[in-house]
Design a protein. Structure first.
Length: 525
């Protein structure tokens, strides 16, 4: 089978065999998880975790570059070693994992147990490894994105590799996750995450280093499903999500009974339509007891097994499925708690976490509140947010310009992670001062404030003590913006782009859009 098999075909053809490969034997040959396989990319400059299974009590020896580490499988047959940090490689290298005792001499690692108990992992590169997660806008493929035909044709980057993880959810933490590493090529890239690809390609080209991207994005997923159960137990502010799920469980018998009754009614109607030569009505949909929306289940199925693999950081694009009345505001507690929990799981300290803010969409009134909650996550160390509303489509949540989002992720990583002095944020609200009937707004990242279209600034609102908002006349004054409305004699509230479908044209000299904000923060609109 060609290593350039498309991701979509791979999922269809190999799903069963990959699942069976996860059923590691309690005893027998040394085995490795799917992540540790041909074409993988290892994270440079950090300790490298290698693990697997073998006979209980069996010696296991791992060889990579000039390092040799030996350990003993425990009573359950599990083993692990940590390799010293390695530098990036320009040429592929090989790793051997051998069971059956410690070998010495010039033939070490060759022909152990007549070759029956040695695993050889080929074509390994060492560089930067990032995890791409979130929902449909991260999952959105290169094939569907802007200028897709050209993007696919030019995607010849053998030192850029993807691990497309199998999506699954579980009530308990899994030990492994199905998938395999593939080299980026015109034959493999079409079904890859468009945002993730643009981000990884940018890093690969700019840093001149191999890049591995682990893609676990999953459409329509919710933040609580990506979050471990311990988080909900520790913070009463997050009780909404567990209470909601408990109510779902209580309602399920009633929903199931109603479905069975609807099913019987449908059968009669379908048969009647068939006899009359008409199209039968649509069958009722059965309620699901266990779904991917349950708190913690995606964390258990995807994040937990991945957390053993050394990474550089995470790029995250999610929030649409939490942008509703009851949860858009408490998302500011849930999302940072999820980030903290992931960092604890990886045990790599406060690794970089980059995330995209929601774009623009008509008739979704709580999107502004969710965006505001996302900004709150910037209070955590080593976080960065990219704004997307200026390239979005207010009529379609799945806009095509994912290259721009990926590029902004790249800029954020280069500034936050790789120490470059590049602009990675648009103007962000810092404070305001009252000057008579004017309100002055101060920003960070405000070098060269201007309008994106050369016209007067739009998107600003101002209000007095009564809270009634008026569209403000907004004037740039250095690195600040002066707001005024003739009907607001005592201004004390300012907003910018605080709408579901955003209209706003303030940018800085680097062309990066201003971050939406409101100064009258509250739980609601």
């Amino acid at each position: 089978m060609s290593m350039f098999l498309s991701t979509k075909s791979f999922r269809l053809v190999f799903s069963v065999s990959l699942f069976l490969s996860l059923l590691w034997p309690a005893y027998g040959a040394v085995t490795l998880p799917s992540l540790l396989s041909d074409y993988m990319v290892l994270q440079q400059g950090q300790p490298v975790h290698i693990w697997g299974k073998a006979d209980r009590g069996e010696d296991v020896t791992v060889r990579l570059l000039n390092q040799v580490q030996t350990t003993v499988a425990d009573e359950a047959g599990h083993w692990e070693v940590w390799l010293q940090p390695v530098k990036k490689t320009t040429k592929p290298v090989t790793m051997t994992v051998t069971g059956g005792g410690v070998e010495t001499g010039p033939q070490a690692g060759i022909g152990a147990k007549d070759g029956s108990n040695t695993v050889v992992v080929k074509n390994i590169l060492v560089g930067e490894v990032w995890l791409a997660a979130g929902q449909s806008n991260m999952e959105y493929s290169v094939r569907l994105s802007h200028n897709a035909e050209q993007e696919i044709a030019q995607a010849d980057y053998p030192k850029l590799r993807f691990f497309d993880a199998q999506r699954s959810f579980s009530d308990t933490a899994k030990a492994d996750i199905a998938g395999r590493w593939v080299l980026c090529s015109p034959e493999t890239v079409a079904e890859m995450t468009a945002t993730g690809y643009a981000f990884a390609r940018g890093l690969h080209q700019h840093l001149n280093v191999p890049v591995g991207l682990i893609d676990v994005s999953w459409g329509a997923t919710r933040c609580e499903a990506w979050t471990p159960a311990s988080v909900f137990e520790a913070d009463p502010r997050l009780s909404f999500w567990t209470t909601k799920w408990e109510q779902h469980l209580r309602d399920f018998p009633r929903l199931q009974a109603a479905y069975l009754q609807q099913q019987e009614t449908w059968k009669v109607a379908a048969e009647k339509a068939r006899l009359a030569g008409e199209t039968p009505p649509r069958a009722p949909k059965a309620p699901e007891l266990k779904t991917k929306f349950e708190p913690s289940v995606i964390y258990n199925g995807i994040v937990a097994p991945l957390s053993r693999y050394t990474i550089k950081g995470v790029v995250w694009y999610q929030g649409e499925n939490n942008a509703y009345k009851e949860e858009a505001f408490p998302y500011r507690y849930l999302f940072p708690a999820m980030i903290d929990a992931w960092r604890q799981a990886w045990k790599q300290g406060d690794f970089p976490f980059l995330f995209a803010q929601l774009s623009t969409l008509n008739k979704h009134p709580y999107w502004p509140v969710l965006r505001e909650s996302q900004v709150e996550a910037l209070k955590l160390k080593n976080t960065s947010m990219v704004v997307t509303y200026d390239v979005g489509d207010s009529t379609d949540a799945h806009f095509k310009l994912k290259q721009v989002v990926g590029k902004r992720f790249e800029l954020a990583a280069r500034r936050l992670v790789y120490g470059e002095k590049v602009a990675a944020s648009g103007p962000q609200f810092r404070q305001f001062t009252v000057e008579g009937q004017h309100l002055r707004v101060w920003f960070d990242h405000a070098n060269g404030l201007k309008s994106s279209d050369g016209k007067a600034l739009v998107g600003f609102e101002v209000a007095g003590p009564d809270g009634r908002l008026y569209p403000a006349t907004a004037t740039i004054d250095g690195e600040t913006v002066l707001l005024h409305h003739e009907k607001v004699s005592h201004p004390c509230i300012a907003r910018f782009a605080f709408k579901d479908a955003i209209i706003g044209n303030l940018i800085n000299r680097y062309g990066l859009p201003a971050v939406p904000f409101r100064t009258d923060v509250k739980n609601g609109l």
